[in-house]
Design a protein around this ligand. Structure first.
Ligand code: RIB
Ligand code: CA
Length: 323
């Protein structure tokens, strides 16, 4: 099988770093570019963390584009209480020698999408952060957006939330952006998969696996172990999720996830529900025919179940140099 061309849009963060390692190192993926957005941490920290991970992985060839520092409307609110004061587990790593690409995230996305399309390739864009960059791409470069092969985004949830009682962080951080991206996917018929919190917490890496990675003792394995150990300590449990990395993992192991194609909307005005992904699981045509709202335009492949241990093992083997 040829390697899958991918672009990651990140707010590096601990689990974004896990996702970057998998995308940068697994031979089944062809990481073409990475774009950064403010989210887990302020944009400057996100860019620095992203460059640090790529440098550690020996992937200085991958261009990194600097994108939006804040959401379209919402004030920026970070998640450093989850990811550490530097946004990436406070590992005290040396600053990167790599620098971002001269192009903005939007221009880098446009160029990368167009180049793949011209070569007859289907490029998968993997947003793992608030979707501000992708929303702006849809407005500034709609022709390029229409040439995306597939979007697999980490965000939202059917039954589970984290940022509020109703919403998941990436969507809550920029609800308008998520709504715009889903609308653009419907408009341009770009297939879209939602890897939400209902599966996000399933791929867990244990402290035993961390110990094995420390035995491997390479820069990548040490970074991977440090990321997971940080979350073991912060959440006081023996298994930490690789989070965003799961959305990358299902590209490599598509039969490890069960999805259903469902209408999805984003709540933008609810006092307590703003940022909720409203996933419509009704199946009786009578209800649908009498619904004053009508079906959501966006039909999304929503991940409902995942083989967590299988995806976690894929990640551990990759960062451990066994793939
Ligand atoms: O809700 C989890 C998501 O928010 C993950 O992408 C995490 O990195 C943060 O961005
Ligand atoms: Ca993220």
């Amino acid at each position: 099988m040829p390697a899958i061309p991918v672009v990651l849009d990140v707010d590096t963060g601990v689990d974004d770093a896990c996702a970057l390692l998998l995308a940068a190192l697994h031979p089944g993926l062809d990481l073409r570019a990475v774009t950064c957005v403010g989210g887990n941490a302020p944009l400057a920290d996100v860019v620095r963390n992203t460059l640090t991970v790529l440098e550690t992985a020996g992937r200085g060839d991958v261009p990194v584009g600097v994108g939006a520092a804040r959401p379209l409307l919402e004030d920026p609110v970070d998640a450093r209480h989850v990811h550490g004061s530097d946004g990436m587990a406070d590992l005290g790593m040396a600053p990167p020698t790599l620098v971002p690409d001269a192009r903005s995230a939007l221009d880098l996305l446009r160029d990368t999408i167009e180049a793949a399309a011209e070569a007859g390739e289907s490029l998968t864009v993997v947003p793992l952060a608030p979707m501000t960059n992708l929303a702006l791409l849809a407005r500034v470069h709609p022709a390029a957006f229409s040439r995306i092969g597939r979007i697999v985004f980490m965000g939202g949830g059917v039954e589970i939330s984290n940022a509020t009682a109703a919403a998941e962080f990436n969507v809550f951080h920029d609800p308008e952006a998520t709504a715009m991206v889903l609308d653009a996917c419907a408009e341009h018929e770009v297939p879209v998969t939602m890897y939400g919190l209902d599966v996000f917490y399933e791929p867990l890496v244990t402290d035993v696996q961390v110990a094995a990675l420390l035995e491997v003792d390479t820069p990548v394995a040490r970074l991977a172990a440090g990321l997971i150990s940080f979350h073991h300590r912060r959440f006081a449990n023996a298994g930490a999720t690789i989070g965003d990395a799961g959305a990358v993992g299902i590209l490599l192991e598509p039969d490890a996830v069960r999805t259903e194609r469902l209408p999805v909307r984003v709540e933008l005005t609810g006092t307590w529900t703003r940022g909720r992904t409203v996933v419509d699981r009704r199946d009786w045509s009578g209800h649908l025919a009498h619904d004053p709202h009508g079906l959501a335009p966006a039909m999304v492949d929503v991940a409902l179940e995942v083989d967590g241990p299988r995806i976690a093992d894929l990640w551990v083997r990759t960062v451990g140099g066994q793939v």
